[in-house]
Structure formats: structure tokens, C-alpha cells
Design a protein around this ligand. Structure first.
Ligand SMILES: Cc1cc2nc3c(=O)[nH]c(=O)nc-3n(C[C@H](O)[C@H](O)[C@H](O)COP(=O)(O)OP(=O)(O)OC[C@H]3O[C@@H](n4cnc5c(N)ncnc54)[C@H](O)[C@@H]3O)c2cc1C
Length: 377
């Protein structure tokens, strides 16, 4: 049996192990099994069919099917995303909705006064139209999903080792060995880079340039005099988002681009973002949130693809048995299952059998051909 070494045991690495185990010897290297700084466990763990690229819609639909099959184990909440558009983005939102329907998603459209009638807690004065996912959207407990997929991968035969990859040996255009901090030299027929926000650094072990870097995102846990029962995740025209969580809500917004740099090892929440700009935006869109109370906050790092906010998935043409699966830029939990299945197919068959992820391949990075995903948070 051939051996695949997967560097990184987050949701992408574990999903790859899940789909590949039994067809190859699978070794997952995870440097921190507590997952303290993993994006997966620090994420908002939400999934949506509402993307701008058809391929991302299809990947999410598979992710939704995967998560729905584990509903009890992961605390699944089936609830849609309410995506709002002002006059300037209304035509794009309508066109995106038509594309999503064609891909198999189930998304309703609300125009003008229909929005306030259906969602009376929303200030819709400056909203031209809105879409709401009716199926295949929601949220869950990310840690539970990771533990479930990891356990299933192990029961299918994968080995998960607590060790850090520190080098990848390459000879004659092939990755041959992964060296570890514990002094192991693990021979490999295939190596998968699923190291999340560290994937750019890991690719450099093999001499490959990969424009994936960490970017900090803060999640605020708040309470407010607003009934979240049945409330969807709201994605505002401003870029802020909010959804119910337990007795309260979680919310966030990206920092301004000129302050959005590689944070290194900084995982401190950026509390100042709540005061400006988040709170005024929340109170404008949902007036009841003027009375919000901050409970706590946490920060995680996106695995940000600097080229186009889209994942890079597939072999490096120069080293065909070295495969990258990273750079999800804020949507990697929901795309983990489709990615894991695709990478397993690439290793088993030398090509994709279900969803063709070729457009996400490394070639677009090498050739500087961005394929931007515009619905990003
Ligand atoms: C605040 C926040 C909110 C988010 N919300 C969502 C959301 O709602 N929905 C969604 O789909 N996505 C969301 N994301 C994005 C999502 O979390 C990531 O895209 C996804 O978790 C990436 O999974 P991963 O397995 O590639 O990375 P990770 O979960 O980061 O796992 C990578 C693992 O690799 C390990 N590792 C790194 N280097 C090495 C090495 N050299 N050797 C061994 N192990 C190594 C790390 O310890 C880590 O455990 C969010 C992210 C953040 C930060």
C-alpha cells in the first residue's frame, strides 16, 4: 500500500484522511492536538450555499450533505444566511442567486418592502434586495465536527501522530520524506500540505512559493434585547455579520485592509473593532443591538490566499506528489469535506472523479491568474 503523509490535522487534513484511509496508508502529523490555535476550532463554524463562484457553491453543498449526515454528533443548527444588498450590489445579488439555483442551492429572494415585512427586526431602508438560504445552510460545533471526522478517519485505519513537520525532502521532482521535530524521517509516496494558516511556511520546506498567510479575525460574543429564535445569520451590506449562538449572538467584521497584516503569533482579540466600526453598523441594521452587551471575544487566523481569497487545491506541477489543500480565506470548515474527497481522489486515481477542482489548482498561482471569490467575510 502506498503511504500518504498529511501535514496538519485540522478539518482539511482529517477530511483527507477520512476519505483516503483504507485506500492508502495514511499518517496525519499534527503539532498541537489541543488545536488551541487551529482555525477550525476558532471558527464561526457556519456554512452557506451563497458564494459568487459556482464551484464554491458545489463544494458547500457537498459539505452541507456531509455535516447533515453527522447532525446529532456536531450539534447542527439548520438556519439560512440572510444576505443583504444595497442598490449598488442588487443586480449582482440577483444574478448570484440565479447561478446558485442552477447549481442546486435553494435560495429565496426578497425585494424592497418584502424584507421588512418578513424580517421586522431589520432596518431595511437602505436595502434593495436580500437572499435567504432555505436549505443547506446553518452552523454547528466545529470542535465536535473535527473530533468526529478524526475518530472516523482513525477507525478507517488512519494514524494520527503528535509531531511537527520541519522539512520535506525533494529528489528528482518528487517529495520523498517528511522530517519531524521528534527526529522521525517518514518516507512518503504522497505528501499533503493541510497546515492551515501555516501552509505557506510548510510549502517553503519543499522550495515552493505559496501565497497563503495568516490574517487575524475577531469574533465577539454579545447579548442584546433581541429574540434570536429562528433568526438567520445576517450578512450586511457593510460586510459585518451576526448570528445567534446559545442565549446570545456572535458577530464580526474584517479589519480595514491597511491594518490587515500577518499577525505572527498574535491571537489577542481586536476589541477596538467593536467600538468602531462594528457596533454602529450592528445598531444601524438591527436597532435592538444598540443595547448590546459584550460577553467575551476570541480571535483566530484565517488561512488567507493573498491571490484571490480562494483555496489552492491540487498537486504542485513541479512536484506532482506534493499536494496542497489550503488558503480557504474564511470558508475552509464547510469546504473541508469536498476538499478531502477531492484530494483522496487525486491520490488514488491521479485525477478528480466527482467534483472537478482543477480551477482551484496551483497553476493559477504560478501563472498569476486570480479567480476571486467575492462573497467573503
Ligand atoms: C474567526 C474565524 C471564523 C471562521 N468562520 C468560518 C465559518 O463560519 N465557516 C467556514 O467554513 N470557515 C470559517 N473559517 C475558516 C476556517 O476556520 C478555515 O478555513 C479552516 O478551519 C481551515 O482548516 P485547516 O484544516 O486547513 O486549518 P487548521 O484548522 O488551522 O488546521 C491546520 C493544522 O495544521 C497544524 N500544523 C501547522 N503546521 C504544522 C506542521 N509543520 N506540522 C504539523 N502540524 C502542523 C496546526 O497545528 C493545525 O492544527 C473561520 C476562520 C476564523 C479564524
Amino acid at each position: 500500500m502506498s503511504r500518504t503523509v498529511i501535514i496538519g490535522g485540522g478539518i482539511v487534513g482529517c477530511c483527507t484522511a477520512y476519505f483516503l484511509a483504507g485506500h492508502a496508508e495514511v499518517v496525519v502529523l499534527e503539532k498541537d492536538p489541543s488545536y488551541q490555535y487551529a482555525s477550525t476550532t476558532l471558527s464561526a463554524a457556519s456554512f452557506r450555499s451563497q458564494f459568487s463562484l459556482p464551484l464554491n457553491v458545489r463544494m458547500s453543498l457537498f459539505g452541507a450533505t456531509f455535516v447533515e449526515a453527522m447532525a446529532e454528533r456536531v450539534g447542527l443548527v439548520r438556519r439560512g444566511y440572510l444576505v443583504l444588498a444595497g442598490a449598488e450590489n442588487a443586480a449582482t445579488l440577483r444574478a448570484n442567486r440565479a447561478m446558485r439555483l442552477a447549481q442546486g442551492a435553494d435560495v429565496a429572494l426578497f425585494e424592497g418592502t418584502q424584507i421588512a415585512a418578513r424580517f421586522p427586526w431589520v432596518n431595511a431602508q437602505d436595502v434593495a434586495c436580500a437572499t435567504l438560504g432555505l436549505q443547506h445552510e446553518g452552523w454547528f460545533d466545529a470542535y465536535s465536527l473535527l473530533r468526529a471526522v478524526r475518530a472516523d478517519a482513525i477507525s478507517r485505519g488512519a494514524s494520527c501522530l503528535h509531531d511537527e513537520a520541519v522539512a520535506i525532502d525533494v529528489a528528482a521532482g518528487r517529495a520523498t520524506t517528511v522530517r519531524t521535530a521528534n527526529g522521525e524521517r517518514i518516507a512518503a509516496d504522497h505528501v499533503v500540505i493541510a497546515a492551515g494558516h501555516a501552509s505557506g511556511r510548510v510549502a517553503a520546506f519543499a522550495g515552493m512559493a505559496l501565497p497563503i498567510e495568516p490574517r487575524k479575525r475577531t469574533v465577539f460574543v454579545i447579548r442584546a434585547p433581541l429574540d434570536g429564535t429562528g433568526m438567520p445569520l445576517v450578512f450586511d451590506t457593510s460586510g459585518m455579520w451576526i448570528r445567534p449562538e446559545g442565549d446570545g449572538f456572535i458577530c464580526g467584521i474584517s479589519p480595514p485592509p491597511n491594518t490587515d497584516h500577518d499577525p505572527g503569533s498574535d491571537f489577542d482579540p481586536d476589541l477596538h473593532l467593536l467600538e468602531d466600526p462594528l457596533w454602529p453598523l450592528l445598531a444601524h441594521r438591527i436597532p435592538a443591538l444598540e443595547q448590546l452587551r459584550l460577553q467575551r471575544a476570541w480571535a483566530g487566523h484565517y488561512d488567507m490566499c493573498l491571490l484571490d481569497h480562494n483555496a489552492v487545491i491540487g498537486p504542485f506541477p513541479e512536484i506532482p506528489n506534493l499536494i496542497v489543500a489550503s488558503g480557504f480565506s474564511g470558508h475552509g470548515v464547510q469546504h473541508g469535506p469536498a476538499t478531502g474527497r477531492a484530494v483522496a481522489e487525486m491520490i488514488r486515481f491521479g485525477g478528480y472523479r466527482t467534483l472537478d477542482l482543477t480551477p482551484l489548482g496551483y497553476e493559477r498561482v504560478r501563472d498569476n491568474r486570480p479567480m476571486p471569490e467575492s462573497v467573503v467575510y
